[in-house]
Design a protein around this ligand. Structure first.
Ligand code: F3S
Length: 652
């Protein structure tokens, strides 16, 4: 069986499609409708609308009191709106949003004192509408020659800043020539690219489809230049047929084909495309298709209905700086404002979606009279995000987020699009600490409470920290053993030692373990916050008590002394104290030896203080080292005797 595929952007462009739907929507209410100019260049559709109660008028003065006036996709100038308001008729504004954007730009820039340059055809209704939002300070140019002439003759005279826009259907090639000839680096000139790419997109979608098809059917008027252009484009890739409607299929001798592609010109209504598609797909008897066709019903049937609160899928058809326009496949034009697109103020719509994307949305407001629907992606994201938050809360998952605000009594951040409040007491900071220090910081938290109805969540950083600590403690006890070394931070000092945080668990270094020298308080050696290399001296797993050692063997003065001195060595020593039986002298830092009173001199000493005083430097001989009791005996006398012996020997 053959596969029939319709090109993504076949037929009406978004703006015309919207306008046609708005007219039929109004006619459904049995209202009389007057369109300001033909709504579309397709006589069949215009006739059908006419039969259902719509007529074409050229000016507001022709309006009858009970008629609803429809402004077509080309848009109109400000004056026309005023005239309609004065008449008091109901109005449906089907101005294409791309055209409305140009109106907004020129009106704003005019108010700011700019002169407006418009690239386009001055007789085209769209350009006349744009001009109608400009006051008198504007000029229309049709090509690069007229633009250059403006810069040569007019620009200096007007003495105003310039804002340049283009008709939505302006030729892209000519537009780029114009951009290139505009004086560069002139900060008084701003250019807005306002060209709509609907025609270009229709052609490239058709070419793409033709490349993968055996035959292509191009549906549209014989004299429609954009349909003929589509025919030319498709013919490059496969056998292509140009038909005006499904009736003409009867007269075609189509070859057996597996892949049939269909595209259509800008004025071909959706129902004609659908008709061609279904006839091709179902291979129905074309001879029996003479019944009268109801345009409105055909269009209506192809549309879904939408309701506020409903979740819908939509295709992005346009993205500008403030909103996204979507095709809902309904009579409505869908709008998603930037606020409803994301909660991230740093993002633009184009950072989030692109033309052609299919996205999930929630309908937040439907306006049948205007044929518009406001939608929200943010609500969909929030719902999906909230489900993730609920799951994370149930499973105790640790989440990450950047702290966004400091609020009353806490901080807030966003996770999965949901606002999470973390009370100050659960931030993990000490009571009274400045919460601002967490701003813009990435934190780990757990969700501890969710309020389903209000889509709110409460988080705790402290819970994560406590869990980490518990994990670290469990791991510590698993591996802890006497002799194991750790790097820890001094948390507090007391008179008997220093408490050291080993990563969730504290151990104590006794004062005697802090230094080889005798000290009066741990603060002589360490301060709170210092990082220490410690080792476990004793471990009481039952009582969770850990005694730590800090002194290193290589720093032990006794070890240093033994590596430098032995019995018989001589040294310079400093007297540190005197007693009745002798004097203590320091050999190296932390090591004292005793010079017994009998070892001070070769002569008898009655009173130590008569010979030695504290601070005095003396030469000594090491006469004994008692390793067990760490006692050292020194002698000054031994040195004096050695000297005497040497003198005697020299004399012999
Ligand atoms: Fe159509 Fe609007 Fe573009 S009317 S061609 S979608 S500007």
């Amino acid at each position: 069986m053959s596969k029939v595929t319709v090109a993504k952007s076949a037929g009406f462009c978004f703006g015309v499609d919207r306008a046609v739907k708005m007219v039929y929507g109004e006619l459904e209410n049995n209202t009389r409708v007057a369109t300001l100019g033909p709504i579309i260049h397709n006589q069949d559709v215009v006739n059908d609308m006419n039969e259902k109660g719509a007529r074409i008028i050229e000016s507001v003065s022709e309006l009858e009191p009970d008629e609803t006036v429809v402004i077509r996709s080309h848009g109109v100038g400000r004056k026309i709106y005023e005239e309609i308001a004065e008449k008091g008729n109901k109005m449906l504004d089907a101005t294409c949003p791309f055209v409305a954007r140009i109106h907004k730009i020129v009106a704003e820039k005019t108010a700011e004192g700019y002169f407006i340059l418009i690239a386009g055809d001055k007789n085209h209704p769209e350009v006349q509408g744009i001009v109608g939002h400009c006051d008198e300070n504007y000029q229309v140019f049709k090509d690069v020659f007229e633009l250059n002439a403006f810069f040569e003759k007019e620009y200096k005279k007007i003495k105003k800043k310039l804002a340049i826009v283009a008709q939505t259907t302006y030729n892209i090639v000519v537009w780029s020539e114009c951009i290139n000839s505009i004086p560069k680096d002139d900060e008084n000139i701003v250019i807005f690219d306002t060209i709509c790419n609907a025609t270009e997109a229709r052609q490239s979608d058709a070419a793409e489809l033709a490349k993968g098809s055996d035959i292509m059917l191009v549906v549209g008027g014989r004299h429609s230049s954009n349909t003929v252009k589509l025919y030319e484009v498709c013919s490059r890739y496969c056998k292509t047929y140009h038909i005006e409607n499904s009736e003409e299929l009867k007269h075609l001798q189509l070859p057996e084909s597996e892949r049939i592609g269909i595209t259509a010109g800008a004025s071909t209504p959706a129902y004609i495309i659908k008709e061609v598609e279904s006839k091709m797909a179902e291979n129905i008897n074309l001879a029996n298709q003479d019944e009268e066709f109801d345009f409105a019903q055909a269009i209506d049937e192809s549309f879904k209905k939408i309701h506020t609160g409903e979740k819908v899928k939509a295709t992005v058809v346009a993205v500008n700086n403030t909103e996204v326009i979507v095709d809902l496949g309904t009579k409505h034009t869908g709008y998603v404002s930037l606020d409803d697109l994301t909660d991230d103020p740093s993002k633009k719509p184009s950072d989030i979606v692109s033309v052609g994307d299919e996205i999930d949305l929630v309908v937040i407001k439907v306006n049948d009279a205007e044929g518009t629907a406001a939608l929200s992606k943010r609500k969909v994201d929030e719902q999906a995000g909230f489900e993730k938050i609920v799951k994370a809360s149930e499973e105790g998952t640790v989440l990450e987020g950047i702290v966004q605000h400091v609020v009353n009594k806490g901080i807030t951040l966003t996770a999965f699009g949901v606002r999470v409040f973390i009370p100050a007491s659960l931030t993990g900071l000490p009571r009274g600490a400045e919460l601002e220090q967490l701003l813009k910081k990435k934190v780990e938290f757990q969700v501890i409470e969710v309020t389903e109805g209000r889509k709110r969540a409460v988080g705790s950083i402290k819970a994560v920290q406590a869990a980490k600590r518990a994990e670290a403690v469990a791991k510590f006890w698993e591996t802890a053993e006497v002799g194991a070394t750790y790097t820890g931070k001094v948390k507090s000092l007391t008179s008997f030692g220093a408490f050291v945080d080993l990563g969730g668990i504290d151990g104590m270094v006794h004062i005697s373990e802090l230094s080889w020298k005798r000290i009066k308080h741990p603060s002589e050696v360490v301060s709170v916050g210092d990082t220490l290399e410690v080792y476990i001296k004793e471990l009481d797993k039952e009582a969770n008590r850990i005694s730590l050692g800090y002194k290193k063997t290589e720093d032990d003065p006794w070890v240093i002394f033994q590596s430098q001195y032995e019995v018989g060595s001589t040294a310079k020593a400093t007297i540190v104290s005197t007693t009745t039986f002798g004097a203590f002298a320091q050999i190296i830092d932390g090591i004292d030896g005793l010079i017994h009173i009998s070892q001070i001199s070769t002569e008898k000493v009655e009173n130590v203080k008569d010979v030695l005083s504290v601070g005095q430097e003396v030469d000594v001989k090491i006469v004994d080292i008692d390793t067990d009791s760490k006692r050292i005996s020194l002698s000054m006398r031994a040195l004096l005797e050695d000297d005497a012996d040497e003198t005697a020997e020299d004399a012999e």
